[in-house]
Design a protein around this ligand. Structure first.
Ligand SMILES: Nc1ncnc2c1ncn2[C@@H]1O[C@H](COP(=O)(O)OP(=O)(O)OP(=O)(O)O)[C@@H](O)[C@H]1O
Length: 295
């Protein structure tokens, strides 16, 4: 368990973190999500020991001697050297040598899917390949806790999928992962628990399933040429993707009612479906605002 208590961080006149209290159980993938400037990187840098000046406490005492791998938001590689030399460097920093180093370099190359590019210079790599190698560097010493700051920025879908698979494998190995992102769908796909950050504060935290159940309701989505009177209904919560979202305490019944009304009035909607709540809906419900800089 990692316990973050009453952490505050100030950069001159900017209060980047305010009274942060978070508990991260061992073995979970824990998401930190929020718009640009929410304070995710500041909190992560404090956890990784990079920012040392802050108020409050971070306690990892009941985790014994926890080793930590940090994947920074910026790619930290020596571009003029080969991928293998970069991994070897990080391995040596952590005391690996000889056969142990060779074996671990091979394992990490397999994990990040770059075995056939081991000898290539990093400057010849795509953005996604650099991101994967950046993650590999943090895994050379087989850390118990892996902290990742927006590891998928600028990567193509193939690399993103590989990174997701790698994170799931790390979780299966029992590692604790802290994953910061402003992509809600990434957090939803990967994490067990999440803390929503906004303006330097934790707005809400908990298990993703619990938050979805507490804050967001299923809704009915309908798209088509609908009578205006239907859209003036107070059940319409949002216009979305050229259609409308209707809410109800009994969404299945509403789905049936709308289908019946369409049939009666010879309306053929191009889409009529039940929409399950998403993490993004929870965030909007909590903050009452759209993400200001969400991609
Ligand atoms: N070194 C610094 N000096 C001054 N202000 C900073 C510094 N680092 C961050 N800040 C400010 O602190 C606040 C929180 O920034 P932080 O980078 O922690 O947020 P973030 O959620 O990681 O954002 P992003 O998604 O853009 O990376 C912002 O207002 C930012 O401008």
């Amino acid at each position: 368990m990692i316990t973050i208590q009453n952490v505050n961080k100030r950069y001159k006149d900017i209060q980047a973190l305010q009274n942060i209290d978070v508990s991260i159980p061992a073995g979970v993938c824990y998401g930190l999500v929020g718009p640009n400037g929410a304070g995710k990187s500041s909190l992560i840098k404090i956890l990784a020991g990079i920012i040392k000046e802050y108020e409050g406490s971070i306690d990892v005492s009941d985790s014994g001697s926890l080793s930590l791998g940090y994947v920074p938001q910026e790619v930290c590689l020596e571009e003029t050297l080969s991928a293998a030399t970069n991994l070897q460097f990080y391995g040596k920093v952590h005391g690996l040598s000889g056969e142990n180093l060779t074996r671990q370099v091979k394992t990490v190359f397999d994990d990040i899917g770059l075995t056939n590019r081991a000898k290539s210079k990093v400057k010849t790599f795509s953005g996604g390949m650099k991101r994967r190698l950046n993650i590999g560097c943090a895994l050379m010493h087989e850390p118990d806790l892996v902290i990742m700051d927006e590891p998928t920025v600028g990567v193509d879908p193939q690399s993103r999928r590989h990174i997701f698979q790698l994170i799931r494998t790390l979780k299966q190995q029992g590692k604790t992962i802290i994953y910061a992102s402003h992509y809600m769908e990434e957090i939803e796909a990967l994490c067990d628990e999440v803390a929503f950050m906004d303006g330097g504060k934790i707005v809400e935290q908990g298990s993703i399933d619990d938050l979805l159940a507490s804050y967001a309701q299923p809704a009915v989505f309908i798209k088509g040429d609908l009578p205006k009177a239907w859209l003036d209904s107070e059940n319409v919560i949002q216009q979305k993707d050229g259609g409308w979202l209707f809410t109800s305490s009994n969404p299945m019944q509403l789905l049936g009612d709308l289908a019946k009304r369409c049939e009666e009035q010879s309306i053929t909607p191009s889409q009529l479906s039940l929409m399950q709540p998403r993490l993004e809906d929870v965030f909007f419900t909590l903050t009452g605002t759209a993400l200001r800089d969400a991609a």
